[in-house]
Design a protein around this ligand. Sequence first.
Ligand SMILES: NC(=O)c1ccc[n+]([C@@H]2O[C@H](COP(=O)([O-])OP(=O)(O)OC[C@H]3O[C@@H](n4cnc5c(N)ncnc54)[C@H](OP(=O)(O)O)[C@@H]3O)[C@@H](O)[C@H]2O)c1
Length: 327
Amino acid sequence: MTQTIPESFLGVGYTSHRAGLPLEAVRFHVPQPSADQVLIRVAASSLNPLEYKLADLNFMGRTPPVALGLDLAGVVIAVGHAVGGVDVGDTVTAMADLNGDGGWVATSGNKDVGGYALARQFLTVHKPASLSFRDAAALPMCFLSAFAGLYPAAQAGDTVYIPGGGGGVGHLAVQMAARALGAGSVISSGSTPESIALARQSGAHHVFDYKRDDIPAEIAKLTGGRGVDLVFDATYSEHSFVEAAKTVRRGGSWIVLGVGPGKTTRLAETRSPVSTILAERAAKHVNVNLLRYFSEPATLDSEARAFLQRGMALAMEWAEQGLVCRN
Ligand SMILES: NC(=O)c1ccc[n+]([C@@H]2O[C@H](COP(=O)([O-])OP(=O)(O)OC[C@H]3O[C@@H](n4cnc5c(N)ncnc54)[C@H](OP(=O)(O)O)[C@@H]3O)[C@@H](O)[C@H]2O)c1
């Protein structure tokens, strides 16, 4: 059956250059896919901290209005001429480009009214039938962030510290480490009863309260003074960076999501002791920043595209197997 594609839809996004919050309902044009893009009629979309920071700071220098809801799931209604393996009518999970528009629709809840968004083919995967549109749409950005940090680095049997295991990226990272990548022990932290419970429920073996506990001392006790093999820190907190760096074993790895130590505010750079702490332990410091991947996907080489596509496929596979889910 041929779908009629409307000219516009009522989406939700930001409308001014700075301090774009609160968000507004705006009429957006339904775009046309370019060669490697897929046009999706959105059934569900989700909102990440990265997106509300985008609305607040417009750090991509976009000309508003910009529709949010970059993580999405829906039905393909048109494909570019170079797209293969994804066809009109397929149900998919995808992530729209960070320098494009999302598909958050103002009339959510009405199944006859959807948003429309473009995604690159390599950031579009088939959605398993057992996974709801809603559960699928909550995964891409957080899952890929955890995947990019952990997948290349974690070894089966590792002792891993993932601060903030009740956060969006953090709880997926805990699930991934504990259930899919075979970590021997997963240690995490949180500051509220809810986030501590979520870290535990996600598979963390030990969860500390970062506002009350001396986490480096606790981890030293747990590991017989050795420290952890790997830290993955997606908290964007300088306090966490410093404390987590103190938990790494000699020769271990400290992996941080985003811009890294000393730069968490975007507005001012501060001196951070993290590199000194890591150097004392001869630990590896890895920065995983997906911003360019998400904002300029057209510039990515085939290796980077294949890596992200593998991540999207594993998100679906592991979600279908019940190993990961967004809470
Ligand atoms: N550049 C990139 O590639 C990229 C990609 C995706 C996301 N991000 C960024 O990554 C960050 C995390 O995203 P998210 O979706 O996971 O956010 P989130 O859901 O708000 O999670 C943040 C987590 O950090 C924890 N936290 C804060 N301070 C801490 C501390 N001192 N010690 C330990 N844990 C601490 C919080 O714990 P409690 O709630 O328990 O206090 C919470 O679990 C955001 O800033 C986002 O913009 C960047």
